[in-house]
Design a protein around this ligand. Structure first.
Ligand code: NAP
Length: 294
């Protein structure tokens, strides 16, 4: 099975590195279970220089800036920024084999699934939940997805065979596969991925707003592991943060409002010097944290 990857950046490049290494040692392209190992890995990216670099790094066998290369692919991953997914697929459909399976890796699912399903019925929404602070083809790495969640978001019209194929590939990357409706995915990631970016950005902005230069200078010098952990996601790629808020607006707004209320409750307890209430609160959050798969 030939794999296509459109958008050769951190996620697309990392997929290519793993999929090429999975297919490379296989002379026979089909397993007894029916799962077809990757054959050639073909890439398309916006810039020809990125395509050339992806080939040089071994992320793809062949790459071009022209979407017509995807006519040879059986399963295609759309790995462009969220804003480019729908426009890319609108141009891509004329080039595809009739039975080609299309999947994406976008961090928000509802708008992508709603737009793409009518354009290509053999489409399966997907989201590998792995990343680094870096972007672009130079940031691509092997085993990025191993041990990480990979969410698929089929709807009642998604062909089950296409879902099975995408799940099999995700499992071959050693990812932990979960399936849920696109809307549930978006509400969950608003809590554990998108809200943390906004909260962490708010934290950095609050500290940076300290008006006493001596205190601010000390804060810069004294910052240690606590600030490193809590500021990490707020100091990442701004474009990605804007995309999260723009495409998952409703769920992000809801989570931000809840968070603001929660902060007010904490501030009230401190203002009232109600240390008992604050301790109960922190005991509850200490217990609640253990429920997360961290
Ligand atoms: P990235 O490193 O910036 O890679 C995206 C690549 O897409 C760029 O390097 C760019 O390559 C190419 N591109 C941009 N517009 C294009 C177009 N119209 N047609 C073809 N290629 C185009 O971004 P990423 O982190 O891999 O994110 C890609 C997708 O993965 C996004 O949808 C994001 O939501 C999702 N995702 C990201 C993460 C994360 O943590 N980063 C995690 C999970 C999912 P050139 O311009 O150089 O050709």
């Amino acid at each position: 099975m030939n794999i296509g990857i459109i958008g050769l950046g951190l996620i697309g490049g990392s997929l290519g590195l793993d999929l090429r290494s999975l297919g490379a040692d296989s002379a026979e392209n089909a397993t007894p279970e029916g799962y077809r190992k990757p054959g050639r890995v073909l890439g398309v990216s916006r810039r020809q220089s990125t395509c050339d670099r992806a080939v040089a790094l071994g992320a793809v066998d062949e790459a071009d800036a022209d979407l017509s290369l995807m006519a040879q692919a059986d399963l295609i991953f759309i790995c462009t920024p969220l804003s480019a997914i729908a426009p890319t697929v609108e141009q891509l459909v004329d080039h595809l084999k009739p039975n080609a399976i299309l999947t994406d890796v976008g961090s928000v699912k509802t708008p992508v699934v709603r737009t793409l399903s009518p354009l290509w019925p053999n489409f399966v929404g997907g989201h590998p939940m792995a990343g680094t602070a870096e972007s672009g083809i130079e940031a691509a790495q092997f085993h990025l997805f191993a041990g990480r969640p990979y969410v698929v978001t089929p709807t009642e019209t998604t062909p089950p065979a296409a879902v099975r194929e995408v799940v099999a590939i995700a499992e071959s990357l050693e990812a932990k596969v979960y399936s849920c409706p696109p809307e549930a995915h978006d509400r969950a990631v608003a809590w554990i991925s998108h809200l943390p970016v906004m909260v962490s950005a708010g934290l950095i902005a609050s500290v940076a707003g300290e008006t006493d230069p001596e205190v601010l200078d000390l804060a810069h010098k004294l910052a240690s592991s606590g600030f490193r952990d809590t500021s990490r996601v707020g100091g990442g790629n701004p474009e990605l943060g804007v995309m999260m808020a723009k495409y998952n607006r409703e769920a992000v707004v809801r989570s931000l409002h809840t968070y603001r209320q929660t902060l007010d409750e904490i501030a009230d307890a401190v203002v009232r010097e109600d240390w008992g209430e604050l301790e109960r609160y922190l005991t509850d959050t200490q217990k609640a944290r253990s429920q997360f798969n961290l």
